[in-house]
Ligand binder design. Structure first.
Ligand code: F6R
Length: 253
């Protein structure tokens, strides 16, 4: 695992944009795994900037988002599909038919999970998976006690996640209780993983991901076993990591 210690949210987003842009320059037909939430917004803004200023080309890129709320259509402003259109898809030259998000409106969510996994496989697998991290160390919507072998499936959101995500909805009661999410196995199958974390409320989760026991109680801890995982944490999110590590800009172990 590699850790990059960023000063703040801006610095974290810049470092992440360098890694994602580098991936696309090396392999213009890359398959990206993408996340929603507050954390990657700065990354998406910077990718749009690189696209506009030096022509970073997304025309050959395929994207797969991690998750979607059950019961929200892509036209619903609170859906993750809508979020992606607003923050990235409509702002760069991605082909709309190359941008995939699980369908939270599918009647049979088990079948939708299988369909989504098959699409990822047909695209050749994910080259670079971008992740945020929940306060409880969830990745995607793989909440504590998830089965590490899970592929895309229906999940029940933790009460803590519902409370944390209520900020995107008019009322906490409006937050869907279920989502469809790539599983830990999908994430582990990605060739590279890039996890971003910002803010003091993520410090415990980052500690669990990088230093804790590998356990389904802290889903992100599985990344310690990934062959090419990088965490970019800003100072507040990295605060619980050993000081000897934080003296460096980047640290491998
Ligand atoms: C979103 C996702 C989640 C978020 C996590 C952190 O697609 O899969 O795991 O990355 O809940 O969310 P923010 O960035 O809003 O703190």
């Amino acid at each position: 695992m590699r850790l990059i210690f960023a000063k703040d949210y801006e610095d974290m987003s810049c470092e992440a944009a360098k890694i994602v842009s580098g991936q696309l320059y090396l392999k213009p037909q890359s398959v990206l795994g993408l996340a929603t939430g507050s954390t990657p917004i700065g990354l998406y803004d910077r990718l749009v900037q690189v696209h506009q200023t030096v022509g970073l080309d997304f025309s050959g890129v395929t994207t797969f988002n991690l998750d979607e709320y059950v019961g929200l259509s892509s036209e619903n402003p609170e859906s993750y599909h809508y979020f992606m259109k607003e923050h990235l898809f409509s702002r760069v030259n991605l082909r709309p038919d190359h941008c995939f998000v699980p369908n939270g409106m599918a009647e049979d969510l088990e079948e939708e999970g299988r369909r989504y996994d098959a699409l990822i496989e047909q695209a050749g697998g994910i080259d670079l998976q971008v992740l945020g991290i929940g306060r409880n160390a969830h990745i995607g919507f793989n909440e504590p006690d998830i089965k590490f072998e899970a592929m895309t499936h229906k999940v029940r959101l933790d009460d803590e996640t519902i409370r944390a995500n209520a900020r995107f909805f008019a009322r906490e009661e409006d937050v869907p209780r279920y989502a469809i999410s790539m599983g830990i196995r999908n994430i582990m199958l990605a060739r590279r993983v890039l996890l971003l974390a910002s803010g003091p409320e993520k410090a415990e989760a980052v500690y669990a991901a990088a230093c804790g026991n590998v356990s389904p109680k802290a889903p992100a801890s599985i990344l310690q076993l990934h062959r090419d995982a990088t965490i970019i944490a800003d100072a507040a999110a990295a605060a619980r990591l050993p000081e000897a590590w934080r003296e460096h800009r980047s640290y491998h172990f």
